[in-house]
Design a protein around this ligand. Structure first.
Ligand SMILES: CC(C)(COP(=O)(O)OP(=O)(O)OC[C@H]1O[C@@H](n2cnc3c(N)ncnc32)[C@H](O)[C@@H]1OP(=O)(O)O)[C@@H](O)C(=O)NCCC(=O)NCCS
Length: 167
């Protein structure tokens, strides 16, 4: 099991993951293939987004891959927080492919992401989830999350917010 960076060799695996995911909005959004003419275009757009610009803060993206080179999960690490990330998005977003859920992979990819955060010197990591996302809340608690105030979004959705001490 290892973290790898999105690159051309993962094109088919990434497309399979997206197909399994279906039509709902991809989580994390950095992995959405929508609107890109080719996988190369997607990778270029991701590289631009990761560097940061007016809209996106700098970030790092990794797949969790097993020994059979199957992509099991995805993570997006944002290197800093703006107002939106402080209230809603947090430092880290992740997902596990539907056929691989309830096997501990979210807990594992968050643990691996925290190691990457340590290298980035992010020593207090904010991770959030929707109020009804019990699997994600348990993933965060499994990694030492301490709950802070929730944030009510304009559409009525409530985000639970947790800090993880990462020293
Ligand atoms: C939420 C998600 C990441 C969980 O992934 P996962 O690999 O199934 O999680 P894990 O196997 O590591 O499970 C973590 C804990 O949550 C529990 N859990 C997982 N899914 C659950 C569910 N649907 N209902 C209740 N508990 C659940 C597990 O039993 C485990 O608890 P335990 O450690 O006490 O045994 C996955 O369902 C997913 O990708 N969902 C869509 C995207 C998403 O919501 N991402 C998070 C954004 S905040």
């Amino acid at each position: 099991m290892r973290l790898v960076r999105p690159s051309i060799e993962w094109e088919k695996e990434h497309q399979d993951y997206a197909a399994e995911w279906g039509s709902s909005r991809m989580v994390p959004s950095s992995y959405s293939l929508d609107g890109h003419e080719s996988y190369k275009d997607y990778l270029n757009a991701l590289a631009t987004r990761e560097k940061g610009n007016d809209h996106w803060l700098p970030s790092s993206n990794y797949f969790l891959v097993n020994d059979q080179d199957r992509v099991l999960a995805m993570v997006d690490i944002r290197h800093d927080l703006n107002d939106f990330l402080f209230n809603v998005g947090g430092h880290i977003g992740y997902s596990v492919r539907p056929s691989e859920r309830r096997k501990g992979y979210a807990t594992l990819i968050l643990a691996e992401a925290l190691k990457k955060c340590k290298k980035l010197k992010i020593d207090r990591v904010l991770v959030t989830c929707d109020e009804d996302n019990i699997g994600s809340a348990n993933t965060i608690l499994n990694n030492g999350g301490i709950e802070d105030k929730s944030f009510p979004e304009e559409d009525g959705n409530v985000k639970r917010r947790f800090w993880i001490e990462n020293r």
